[in-house]
Ligand binder design. Structure first.
Ligand SMILES: *Cc1c(COP(=O)(O)O)cnc(C)c1O
Length: 526
């Protein structure tokens, strides 16, 4: 084999005019996609199997990364950049209802691009002076909003006084468990738990990251008690009280309880006030997982749902959900920052030198991470440019539409609500005509449940292939598979909800008709 690969890329480096024009074109494509993201003319996704996607990209740069890859043709690369933008899931599309977040505010995207461009780490003030200060200001305001701290009355010069930015809600929950453990068993940070059998409590509908966290900090998953929920998905506080007693009777040491504000599937809000009451009585760390629901704090109309949150030791809150900040952006707010230092600090002397300028400003030793993306910048920029009333409008818009959708589902003969609605989640079944009306609140027969359970994935499959709308499905406790529509984006209109219900109904009817056809054509059974 002859031909050595060219030693240099067809695009030169930094100063090269060709590179500059390539960057300008690629940058324009990104800005175009940022603006075009919400158009209803495009599908939400152009579904393709893994094999098909490989074929699509074979005409461009190709997806495989072979050994000794040679530099690609810049024009082809530009086409591929556009193909990637085109073939990705368009989470900003007004008919994307699939997750507890949707799209990203374009301003936060600019903030995120700046973060990538400046490519620093928020571990030290030396490397990230501005971002350190922005994070401190944001955390102070967020802690004040949640009632964990008083309103900031001047520049925040105590680094990490109110919590930290984390790489997501799952990590925030893990950190909360770690902090609670260091609170109950301060020696555990150095010695490990020894024989102590600490027990944590959360609801059975809470986020699965708590169970992962319990495994990671050495409690073991079985030391996280999953407390039953009521009809709406709220943790039953009477059952929690019994579970705490039981754990003590079994020789365990209850130390932590999580109250969820906005459960992932049903959008339920635990009664934080009642859980706080019990936590104080029993001497438990109260963590509030408000990753999803925390943003209702902006809404004068709906913030009562978080009542009691000010009594928490720690609160997890994801601005990358209902505030529309680009992924990832999550904070863990804490009432006692001294504990954070005790739980995390390792005092590496090559980076957190105590004798350097502004050493007390370093945030890096207050977290598990070494390098840390400066996730505060995009939040700060969006907060400043939009103002808090914008976040309030987003929440009020989402909840008004969710309420309207709940009504539509109630009135439509083909649909039935799967659980009482509290938040932006509407859970519903599409019901085949021979099962209508689905009796409300009564236990379903196994046969009915079995049919509904099997229908949702098949409808979802057809929906995914069409790309006309996007929502998820899942079972919940003993409820068979139902659709979960989450209203997240300020771009969603009532007509998008109507269109989505019509799509699900059409796909359901078509599938049932096909089933009948298949049965009619099948050879008669003897
Ligand atoms: C989304 C969510 C999480 C996890 O957040 P990530 O940022 O995805 O890690 C945790 N708890 C609740 C209630 C959530 O909805």
């Amino acid at each position: 084999m002859g031909g050595h690969p060219p030693a240099v890329s067809p695009l030169g480096y930094r100063e090269d005019p060709e590179l500059r024009s390539w960057l300008a074109e690629a940058g324009q494509a990104l800005v175009d996609a940022l603006v075009r993201g919400t158009t209803r003319d495009d599908p939400v996704v152009r579904y393709a199997t893994p094999r098909q996607l490989h074929e699509v990209f074979a005409d461009g740069l190709g997806l495989p990364v072979p050994s000794g890859a040679v530099p690609a043709d810049p024009a082809l690369a530009l086409d591929t950049v556009k193909d990637i933008l085109d073939r990705a899931v368009h989470s900003a599309h007004p008919r994307f209802f699939n997750q507890n977040w949707a799209g990203a505010d374009p301003i936060s995207v600019i903030g995120d691009w700046m973060t990538a461009l400046l490519n620093t780490t928020a571990a030290t003030y030396e490397m990230a002076p501005l971002f350190t200060l922005m994070e401190n200001e944001l955390l102070a305001r967020m802690a004040a909003l949640m009632g964990l701290a008083s309103e900031p009355d001047g520049p925040q010069l105590r680094a990490g006084a109110h919590g930290l930015f984390t790489p997501g809600g799952a990590t925030s929950n893990l950190y909360a468990l770690h902090l609670a453990r260091a609170w109950r068993a301060p020696e555990a940070v150095e010695e490990g738990l020894g024989g102590r059998k600490l027990v944590a409590f959360t609801s059975e509908q809470s986020h699965y990251s708590l169970s992962k966290g319990a495994a990671m900090i050495g409690l073991g998953r079985r030391s996280l008690v999953q407390v039953p929920c009521d009809e709406a998905g709220r943790m039953r506080v009477d059952a929690l009280a019994r579970a705490v007693q039981q754990a003590r009777a079994d020789g365990g040491e209850p130390f932590f309880v999580n109250a969820t504000c906005g459960t992932t599937v049903a959008g339920a809000f635990d009664d934080v006030e009642a859980v706080a009451e019990l936590a104080e009585r029993e001497g438990l760390w109260l963590h509030v997982d408000a990753c999803y629901g925390g943003s209702v704090i902006f809404s004068r109309k709906h913030r009562h749902m978080l009542r009691g949150v000010e009594r928490a030791h720690s609160v997890a809150w994801n601005p990358h959900k209902m505030m529309g900040i680009a992924q990832q952006c999550s904070v863990l707010l804490v009432a006692d920052p001294a504990l954070v230092r005790h739980a995390f600090a390792a005092r590496a002397n090559y980076i957190f030198q105590s004798d350097k300028n502004d050493a007390d400003q370093d945030l890096g030793d207050l977290t598990l991470q070494c390098g840390r993306r400066a996730d505060g910048l995009k939040l700060w920029l969006t907060w400043k440019l939009r103002g808090e009333s914008w976040f309030e409008q987003r929440i009020d818009h989402a909840l008004a539409l969710a309420e309207a959708l709940e009504e539509k589902v109630r009135r439509h003969p083909a649909f039935a609500l799967a659980h009482p609605r509290t938040f932006a989640n509407v859970g519903f079944w599409w019901v085949p005509s021979d099962l209508r009306p689905l009796p409300e609140g009564e236990a379903m027969s196994d046969e009915v449940a079995g049919r509904l359970h099997a229908l949702a994935p098949v409808i979802k499959n057809a929906m995914q292939r069409e790309g006309s709308t996007m929502l998820g499905y899942q079972p919940l406790g003993d409820r068979p598979n139902f659709f979960r529509l989450l209203v997240m984006s300020p771009d969603v209109r009532e007509s998008d909800l109507d269109a989505t219900l019509a799509i699900v109904d059409r796909l359901g009817q078509t599938l049932v008709m096909e089933e009948h056809g298949a049965r009619a054509k099948a050879p008669a059974q003897t």
